[in-house]
Design a binder for this molecule. Sequence first.
Ligand code: PLP
Length: 396
Amino acid sequence: MLLSKRVQAVKPSPTLAIDSKAKSLKAQGIDIISFGTGEPDFDTPQNIKNFAIDAINKGFTKYCPVAGTVELKEAVINKLKLDNNLNYTKEEIIISCGGKHSLYNLFQTIFDDGDEVIIPAPYWVSYPDMAILAGAKPVFINTSDKNHFKVTASDIQKVITPKTKAFILNSPSNPTGNTYTEQDLKEIANVCLKNKVLIISDEMYEKLVYDNFKFYSIAQISEEVKKNTVVVNGVSKAFAMTGWRIGYTAGPAEIIKAMTKIQSQSTSCPTSISLKAATEALNGPKEALEVMRKEFEKRRNYIVERLNKIKGITCLKPEGAFYVFPNISGLLNKSYNGKMINTDTEFVEYLLDNARIAVVPGSAFGASGYMRLSYATSMENIVEGLNRLEKAIEIL
Ligand code: PLP
């Protein structure tokens, strides 16, 4: 067999697959409205672009230090201090090529074959497969809209075994947009500490929160919790910088040093120009960020209200990210043109083929009976997409 067992155990990202199917239909001239995308539809703010252009013109185009430039590490340290009241040193920070790369390096660094990692479901699609690639076994805790897609300390306690190495927390969450409060996090942190389970806190959507929700990092709870936590964040979602590929990790120096070793043998360093752009994102003016956040909030309010008016759909109003995750179980087991639609995947295929709208089935995130809609698309598209959704449901 040509391919390794490792790669055969991994699935390609289903969200990227749906996005590329929608893009290819669009390229064929078919009018598709996509709710599938996981990136802001806004352009990167001009001050950030200017900084990168300047870096190119000044010849900042060579290899950089493996774990990122000192100036960006300092900007990250400053951000973590100002926004999250967390104190880190440069030895506790590594910059990588996107938050995904940060998590990938982290998983390669901490997992041995057979280690278990607890992942609340629905989950971001890459966690289980990245864990499998690192030899670890994902252990899922199922949640539902009834409990706001949240796990509790006692849910975690029940699945901990001597092999449990880490617990993944993602608040605000992709795909549900749900968030954990300070009190929820204290209970989760305690159970992890008591059982020596490392906390991986994916904070990519920290800046996209609504209704005056105050983001709180689990690492803020105490010095002891901070030492037991690895924080992953980045500039992709908050600053509309998905294509620049910059993410960062803050955690115990021993882990960061080991991640740096892996990075030195894979990508060498993040892209020089992007390091400059991310430095400006973190240090520069933040007005553009607030404009985007407000627009996302407006869209979320609209989309949630309209979805809840559709018979067969119930949708929570999430406090963060740019996704909604409505329950569509009331729409399943119906038929169209004599063909039964029994699963969320079949329902999503029906929407793409007949209503020309692209959404992601809940089962891609480990939660069947739901679908994910991203509202990182214009209000005009959202209005038209929901009109099409309504019509498609009426004829079932
Ligand atoms: N974590 C979560 C929860 C995400 O949704 C994503 C991107 O979709 C990432 C991490 C990775 O972000 P990046 O684009 O910086 O690799």
